[in-house]
Design a protein around this ligand. Structure first.
Ligand SMILES: [Zn+2]
Length: 57
């Protein structure tokens, strides 16, 4: 399925088996988005927070 980039309105291809919380990247501008909701072939995105990556510090 497809989603629209919140930054550049480019088209982002989302895998059909995407799950909430997954991070997708826009191929056009490189922005990262988090999938917040998946429902009947549509996905809701929000800008991904790039802080707090849990790498154990
Ligand atoms: Zn974009």
């Amino acid at each position: 399925m497809k989603a629209k980039c919140l930054e550049c309105e480019g088209e982002i291809t989302i895998p059909d088996d995407v799950v909430e919380g997954e991070i997708v990247s826009c191929p056009d501008c490189g922005a990262d988005f988090e999938v917040v909701e998946v429902s009947s072939g549509k996905v809701e995105l929000k800008a991904a927070e790039m802080v707090g990556e849990d790498w154990g510090e």
